[in-house]
Design a protein around this ligand. Structure first.
Ligand SMILES: [Zn+2]
Length: 390
């Protein structure tokens, strides 16, 4: 279907420099995640790649404290000072070159944003971006610098109203905190409840700071949530918030870790939900945000199955291509033996998981999720409609 806005091919941010962000062997957020996913994008026709280049300290400082940037620069040369400087955590260990590696993730997302702001692109996707747990003065949860927040800050300072939708299985705590008091940045995070998952925050009562009530929306979901109620939540909350907030630009974090097969979390989604989410977000970008949509990859640890197919579904939605029934045979052949050698899920034949991939959710889970979404939505819509005087 033709778009109302001029639309070019989506930009994908990826290149050899993406691999510098590496916490070392055995860490789940490994650059090994890139190869099977990027290879699938190429097999589906993606050809428009740009390599990320490090952002400078001035860009990082739009979100991060100068003392923190200095500490990360120090850890970059002396990772053994991690305990002394105390700005990292056990999940986010210091490594040689971490300042440059983190700045490169930010540079990729920021470049994508600049392309959108200049009107050069309608959509862009940075699979290595989405480091949503980084705070102004603290690295956390595999995230050193908050690339998403730096890009949102740039758009907001350029006069945009930014809608940020985070469907990673973990609460988008860093992004939410950074824009907590800003009514021009609307955050929506749909995640597994902090009662049972890192970072342990993101309650439905958390709605934004003084002067920005309603600008944060949190939907904590029960463990065991599957496609049915996850999609019901997404489809009831995100379009309604978009209609009330009236964004001029959409930023998303399309994590792959809510999938049933993800080893680090407890939701039960299939790639059917990821596909529907990507199409819904594309529709919102065109309907409300002038077609401007910057997507990031976020988390996801089922490296040969859930992650590559989710990235492909995001790219296919951005390219406005139909989803093929099967993954390309050549792609499967290239990655099956590596997956088997690591005893993890092999690349599947189907793009969309068949019925029975995930356990169905209980009626109690579905009812709890529905009530949570209704509660969050009611409050935010009331506040936003009052603020806009409509
Ligand atoms: Zn589109």
């Amino acid at each position: 279907m033709p778009d109302a806005q001029p639309e070019s091919r989506p930009l994908v941010i990826y290149g050899p420099t993406s691999h510098a962000y590496d916490f070392g062997p055995g860490h789940p957020f490994t650059p090994r995640r890139f190869a099977p996913g990027i290879d699938l994008l190429r097999a589906l026709g993606a050809a428009d790649f740009e390599e990320p280049v490090a952002a400078d300290d001035a860009a990082l400082a739009t979100v991060h404290k100068l003392g923190f940037l200095a500490d990360i620069a120090r850890l970059s040369d002396y990772p053994e000072m991690a305990d002394e400087l105390a700005v990292t955590d056990g999940d986010t260990p210091a490594f040689y070159g971490m300042h440059h590696a983190g700045a490169t993730v930010v540079g990729g997302t920021l470049h994508a944003m600049e392309q959108l702001l200049a009107g050069e692109r309608g959509h862009a996707f940075h699979p290595g971006g989405g480091l949503h747990h980084a705070f102004p003065a603290r690295a956390s949860g595999f995230c050193v610098f908050n690339d998403v927040a730096v890009a949102i800050r740039r758009a907001r300072d350029g006069g945009h109203r930014v809608l940020y939708v985070d469907v990673d299985v973990h609460h988008g705590d860093g992004v939410e905190a950074i824009f907590w008091d800003d009514p021009l940045v609307q955050t929506v995070s749909i995640h597994q409840s902090g009662l049972t998952l890192f970072p342990g925050t993101g309650w439905v009562e958390d709605r934004g700071g003084k002067g920005a009530q309603g600008s944060a929306v949190n939907i904590p979901l029960e463990p065991g949530t599957s496609d049915a109620s996850w999609l019901a939540v997404l489809e009831s909350v995100v379009p309604a918030v978009a209609a009330a907030f009236r964004p001029t630009l959409l930023v998303t974090l399309n994590g792959s870790d809510a999938h049933a097969h993800d080893p680090l979390a407890n939701l039960q989604l299939t790639t059917l939900a990821f596909a529907r989410a990507a199409r819904l977000l594309d529709d919102i970008a065109h309907r409300y945000a002038g077609g401007r949509w910057l997507a990031t990859g976020g988390g996801g640890y089922d490296v040969y199955s859930a992650v590559p197919r989710n990235w492909a579904l995001v790219w296919l939605a951005q390219a406005h291509h139909d989803v093929p029934a099967e993954t390309p045979l050549g792609w499967r052949e290239r990655w099956t033996s590596e997956a088997e050698s690591r005893s993890v899920n092999a690349p599947p034949a189907l793009m969309l998981d068949p019925e029975g991939t995930a356990k169905p959710e209980s009626a109690l889970v579905a009812a709890a999720n529905r009530a949570t979404a209704a509660k969050a939505l009611q409050h935010t819509l009331a506040v936003l409609s009052e603020r806009h005087g409509s």
